[in-house]
Ligand binder design. Structure first.
Ligand SMILES: C[S@@+](CC[C@H](N)C(=O)[O-])C[C@H]1O[C@@H](n2cnc3c(N)ncnc32)[C@H](O)[C@@H]1O
Length: 362
């Protein structure tokens, strides 16, 4: 079993798994670490865990971590990287996962997603591998099975994101990959790499990132508003960014519906909204989205009022930092705001300066 790596603020990123997930805080982890390392806490909830990069930082810091995300696909990452302390996919698992075994394979992805996200032979590869992941149940059982499957899904999802324009599934846009045009910024090199090569690359990276920090870390998959557990020393919140006044945040379910489908392969067909060109899953709203964003913030602040609350936020954002401080002020007396200019890889804010913000409330 790997033990907890010793890291510093400067070399921290070399320990943290890479990802192309939108909104990941991976790049700014050293700054987050600098601002959190002086706080006293042992148990921590990462309420909107995403790629698990902040949970992973807490794990490196030796904390007892509960990772949470409402997406089932992200939950697999939480199991694979945060809860898991010693299980890896070995050579026989890889062989089983990547080869065509003697099963009668379905062709659901090939039939449903033709010309939408991937090329025909890539869809066939996906049908095979996702079926094999499920068939790991013929080799393993119980928690070991669930951890091996989570590792395989995590690795598969990273490969899936890499091969997508914008790393997303929001549009039917396979043509962006195949069109013979000059590109200034897209990732054509990675798109054209084989799925198997990318799977093995992420497998290697993930295997080297599994370690025990001596704590029983957890991964859960809940709408944060509905969480019953609230006994944490510190709660870290990085909710979907909302930029408009109507208060609805970025819809991660819509951006990543394809990997949500992969996770529930056998039921995928009946969950698809067949009216959509890109075969999206039927809309699913959380309690966080169902109410106004201010109301949702307030509900979560009240729920975790006995914990140190840290919020990652973007500025400008809705609600404003001032309003968030007012809401927090109902429960907390010591509120500090840290700001850092953040350079997004794509300029999408009409040249306005964007800031990454940490609000620390004790
Ligand atoms: C900005 S991302 C978090 C990124 C994360 N900190 C990281 O570094 O990867 C927001 C996440 O919140 C999740 N999410 C959205 N609504 C949620 C809810 N009601 N409860 C829990 N998670 C939610 C999304 O699936 C998404 O992964």
């Amino acid at each position: 079993m790997n033990t907890c790596p010793q890291f510093t603020q400067n070399n921290l990123l070399s320990f943290v798994p890479s990802t192309r997930y939108q909104g990941s805080k991976r790049k700014i982890l050293p700054w987050i670490y600098k601002n959190l390392k002086g706080l006293e806490f042992q148990t921590v909830l990462d309420g909107f865990g995403g790629t698990g990069s902040v949970s992973y930082l807490f794990k490196l810091m030796g904390k007892k971590v509960t990772y949470n995300d409402v997406l089932k696909s992200n939950y697999q990452t939480g199991v694979a990287l945060i809860r898991n302390s010693n299980v890896v996919l070995d050579a026989s698992d890889l062989e089983f996962l990547l080869k065509v075994n003697g099963f009668e394979y379905p062709s659901f992805i090939q039939d449903t997603f033709k010309d939408i996200y991937y090329l025909d032979h890539e869809n066939e590869w996906l049908d095979t591998v996702v079926f094999n992941i499920q068939k790991l149940s013929e080799k393993y059982g119980g928690k070991l099975l669930r951890t091996k499957q989570a590792l395989a899904y995590h690795v598969l999802f990273q490969a899936c994101l890499c091969k997508r324009p914008f790393n997303l599934f929001h549009r039917k846009n396979l043509y962006l990959r195949t069109a013979k045009v000059k590109r200034s910024f897209h990732n054509k090199g990675t798109w054209d790499r084989g799925f198997e090569e990318l799977f093995l690359r992420f497998h290697k990276e993930t295997t080297g990132r599994i370690f025990s920090n001596g704590c029983r870390n957890k991964a859960i998959c809940k709408d944060v508003i509905k969480m019953k557990e609230n006994d944490f020393d510190l709660v870290y919140l990085d909710p979907p960014y909302a930029k408009s006044d109507n208060g609805t945040g970025k819809d991660y379910f819509r951006l990543y519906h394809f990997v949500e489908g992969l996770i529930d392969y056998h039921n995928w067909e009946r969950k698809i909204d067949w009216e959509t060109i890109n075969r999206r899953l039927k809309k699913k709203k959380t309690e966080w989205d169902n109410n106004s964003i201010e109301h949702s913030f307030d509900t979560v602040f009240r729920k975790f009022k006995d914990s140190i609350i840290i919020i990652s936020y973007g500025s400008p954002g809705t609600p404003s930092i001032k309003r968030i401080k007012e809401l927090l002020g109902q429960y907390k007396s010591d509120i500090r705001v840290k700001k850092k200019e953040y350079k997004y890889s794509l300029k999408n804010n009409n040249g306005k300066r964007l800031y990454e913000v940490l609000i620390i409330a004790q």
